[in-house]
Design a protein around this ligand. Structure first.
Ligand SMILES: Cc1cc2nc3c(=O)[nH]c(=O)nc-3n(C[C@H](O)[C@H](O)[C@H](O)COP(=O)(O)OP(=O)(O)OC[C@H]3O[C@@H](n4cnc5c(N)ncnc54)[C@H](O)[C@@H]3O)c2cc1C
Length: 282
């Protein structure tokens, strides 16, 4: 069942679907509610609305995600005698007798490990190991996200972010003169050129805010074509577990079977699950 079918079956009115559920749905699933799985949406709603006030608190990182999450994580690894190797792509996992015996990177052959956790996307994993060996036969369709960064002079907005209703724009985040507009489920815009996208964005902005025609001083459009997989029912059932047929290889990543759509939460949860499975094996 899709999210939309579920909402209609649950007697949600057209307005409630359009002005409430669709906003949460597109934001969390990056997919039209006519395509996404009702089960995943149910999971999100339960986690947001039925686990106390803190679960639905909106948190804006003061210093950005890297400083808040990645830097402390790096320090933790280094403090515990771990090595962090950056910018070294894994090209192949060499399998012998149901074990990964070495990891071939651009300039190294690594084999000094007990267990491996792969945390790369499915399409990358397919390039370094035959997915048939892992019994993975899932083919995701992906959905795009557009980020449009604008530097606008003289536009003073009171709130730190706004959601749009009845607009192709979904969110705007405000930091002084820097405005970041997010458009999810944006496949229909991916092939459009910068001028077309900017025309749409400026026209929409003018409907909501007092933006002068020449106030946009600079802009940058970032198109992420394969931003997230579409959480449709048929693929959701096929998402793999952390454990694989290869004894020392475990899978993590937002696309594994976490019960959540492609989100940071899903990625974090998958990492925890994989780490727990490794600990059980030790
Ligand atoms: C534009 C955009 C906006 C988003 N907004 C949100 C949001 O607001 N909230 C939210 O929760 N989620 C959001 N998401 C989704 C979120 O970013 C993902 O769900 C999350 O990053 C997935 O984490 P991951 O660790 O599974 O994979 P990734 O973040 O994709 O990390 C995988 C890493 O593996 C590396 N890699 C790939 N192949 C190899 C290889 N062969 N060797 C070595 N390394 C390799 C990649 O370079 C990458 O760094 C957004 C995604 C996009 C694209």
């Amino acid at each position: 069942m899709t999210v939309k079918q579920w909402l209609i079956e649950s007697e949600q009115t057209e307005n409630l679907i359009k002005y409430f559920w669709e906003i949460i749905g597109i934001g969390a699933l990056n997919s039209s509610i006519s395509k996404a799985s009702a089960l995943l949406f149910y999971e999100i709603i339960t986690q947001i609305l039925y686990r106390g006030n803190f679960a639905s608190t909106i948190i804006l990182q003061k210093n950005g995600l890297s400083k808040s999450l990645i830097d402390p994580l790096n320090s933790f690894i280094v403090k515990n005698n771990g090595d962090i190797i950056l910018s070294n792509k894994v090209n192949r996992l060499v399998i012998e007798k149901d074990n990964v015996v070495s990891v071939l990177t651009g300039d190294e052959k690594l084999s000094d490990y007990d267990y491996l956790i792969s945390a790369i996307p499915l399409y990358s994993l397919a390039r370094i190991i035959d997915l048939n060996i892992l019994n993975i036969n899932i083919q995701f369709e992906y959905s795009s996200i557009l980020n449009i960064h604008l530097w606008i002079e003289g536009l003073n907005l009171k709130e730190k972010f706004y959601g749009f209703l009845d607009s192709p724009l979904h969110w705007i985040f405000v930091k002084d003169e820097h405005f970041n507009i997010v458009i999810s489920d944006a496949d229909y815009l991916i092939e459009k050129d910068q001028n077309e996208i900017m025309e749409l964005v400026i026209n929409e902005l003018k409907r909501f805010f007092p933006v002068a025609a020449d106030a946009v001083k600079k802009y940058k459009i970032i198109k992420e074509k394969k931003a997230t997989f579409i959480p449709a029912n048929k693929v959701n059932k096929l998402r793999p577990e952390a454990e694989t047929k290869i004894k020392n290889l475990f899978l993590a990543g937002d696309w594994t079977n976490t019960g959540l759509p492609a989100t940071i939460e899903s990625a974090v949860k998958s990492g925890r699950i994989a780490a727990e499975k490794v600990l059980k094996n030790i």
